[in-house]
Design a protein around this ligand. Structure first.
Ligand code: NDP
Ligand code: 2IT
Length: 449
């Protein structure tokens, strides 16, 4: 396999899908050597069967808004790979959603889920529907219309969706309710469910907490204590908010948050009250981050900006969306002394930014390793649903911490160059090779499918 040729072929066959090409290129360039060291993979043309999704459902979603107008959106589910377990991955509702973005996310999810040590294949779905400004009843009608099309293709042992951007507990509740009514069964077909109907404690916190646990593991390899460190976070949704909460619990300072309208900066660190206020604005009132200024005028708000060039930080944890941190941002962070980056979002760093981080040999964790705590805890929710039991918060949190330590160990095992006496770990390579090998072995054993 020659990665450059496979990618060129992919670009020719699937033009206009830049995010998908970007995600595939990052993985193929790092697994090329190990792939070629196993001739049985090439004999089975594993690579093409691994990068092209098993199947994709595309459908129209029609719903009626509060004013009585009939609206249409696109709906998708990309079932990427189920070699090691049922298809598993979130649903994204955002105006930018298209097939390129969902194919990249489903591809990444396959490797991420493999790293979790649990039995989950990779999938992703979503719609170009934007929940912003919609009433609860509009959200409910949309979710029901979406599931009317999707419900036949999902199931507890087939394909288990969850949340992602624009999809949280409210949306999962409406989708699960309509699924249950169509399928006439009460099973764990969704994760991220409400706690009263099969949801898991710690699932809301899991992606952010998991990213912090991963960061602690990385810092430990260099004997660095997180206490007192300055941490820049982007986003102010599920992942960003729980990252901020855990970071402050660990004794470090959060110096930025953001949303798609701008960045909020606290050079000396947000107080617990300020972070709680931001959480309430975004999660309870579904407002804009800039509204925090009404309560806390001493904070700095930068309209239309991202945090990276406006804060001095030791650690950066991008937690908003793909390609939100570019080469110039990376150079600005490095110039300011940033020595660790751990991705809460999926593919937030551009290829140029990744190149800068790797060249500087800082601690850099790609999303598929660092944010895997979310889907791992979804896996724990599936396990609890199968047993018809609920575990305590402490039990789930302890399992989450163990899984993140395990993912870190896999990255070190496959990402450490044995000839490099500094002990430097390339976490991008480590995560990709570890994630790939498990799926590749399973696909090889199962024959040509
Ligand atoms: P939320 O919808 O809860 O929050 C998303 C946040 O990112 C909001 O602050 C939003 O701002 C901001 N954002 C979204 N799109 C853009 C954009 N185009 N430019 C700038 N900011 C943007 O989503 P999550 O917190 O769940 O997801 C955040 C990231 O984490 C995504 O990359 C997701 O794929 C990833 N992830 C999520 C997991 C989960 O369990 N939820 C698990 C693993 C990864 P605004 O309000 O203005 O839209
Ligand atoms: O990107 C992700 O890993 C998620 N959005 C979580 C998926 C899940 O199934 O919990």
């Amino acid at each position: 396999m020659k990665a450059t040729e496979v990618i060129a072929d992919l670009q020719r066959r699937f033009p206009n899908e830049p995010e998908y090409h970007q995600a595939v290129e990052e993985v193929l360039t790092t697994i090329e050597d190990i792939y070629n060291a196993h001739p049985q993979f090439e004999r089975m043309n594993l690579i093409e069967r691994l990068i092209i999704p098993d199947r994709i459902f595309t459908f129209r979603v029609s719903w009626v808004d509060d004013a009585g107008h009939v609206r249409t959106n696109m709906g998708y589910r990309v079932q990427h790979n189920n070699a090691i377990g049922p298809y598993k991955g979130g649903i994204r509702f955002h105006s930018s959603v298209n097939l390129s973005i969902l194919k990249f996310l489903a591809f990444e999810q396959t490797f991420k889920n493999s790293l979790t040590t649990l039995a989950m294949g990779g999938a992703k779905g979503g719609s170009d529907f934007s929940p912003r400004g919609k009433s609860d009843m509009e959200i409910m009608r949309f979710c029901q219309a979406f599931i009317t099309e999707l419900w036949r293709h999902i199931g507890a042992d087939t394909d288990v969706p969850a949340g992602d951007i624009g999809v949280g507990a409210r949306e999962v509740g409406y989708m699960y309710g309509w699924y249950k009514k169509q399928a006439r069964e009460f099973t764990g077909t969704f994760t991220g469910k409400g706690i009263d109907f099969g949801g898991s404690l710690i699932r809301p916190e899991a992606t952010g907490y998991g990213n912090c646990y991963f960061m602690l593991n990385m810092l430990a390899t260099r004997g660095i204590d997180i206490k007192g460190k300055r941490v820049a976070i982007s986003g102010s949704g599920n992942v960003a908010n729980y990252t901020a909460r855990k970071i402050t619990q660990l004794g470090a300072k959060v110096v930025s948050m953001s949303d798609s309208s701008g960045a909020l900066i606290a050079p000396d660190g947000f107080t617990d009250e300020q972070l709680q206020h931001i959480f309430d604005i975004k999660e309870l009132y579904r407002g804009r981050l800039s509204e925090a200024l009404e309560e806390y005028p001493e904070l700095t708000y930068l309209l239309g900006e991202r945090p990276w060039r406006h804060v001095q930080c030791d650690i950066a944890m991008p937690s908003a969306t793909q390609n939100e941190l570019d080469g110039d941002d990376a150079r600005a962070l490095l110039a300011g002394g940033t020595f660790a980056v751990s991705e809460g979002a999926n593919m937030p760093s551009t290829p140029e930014a990744i190149h800068e981080f790797l060249a500087a040999r800082i601690l850099y964790a790609p999303g598929k390793a660092a944010n895997a705590g979310g889907v791992a805890t979804s896996g724990l929710e599936m396990a609890q649903n199968s047993q018809k039991l609920s575990w305590t918060a402490d039990e789930v949190d302890a399992r989450l911490a163990n899984i993140m330590a395990d993912i870190h160990a896999q990255c070190v095992r496959f990402g450490k160059d044995p000839d490099d006496e500094t002990g430097y770990v390339n976490y991008v390579k480590g995560a990709n090779v570890a994630g790939f090998m498990k799926v590749a072995r399973a696909m090889t054993a199962q024959g040509i499918l």
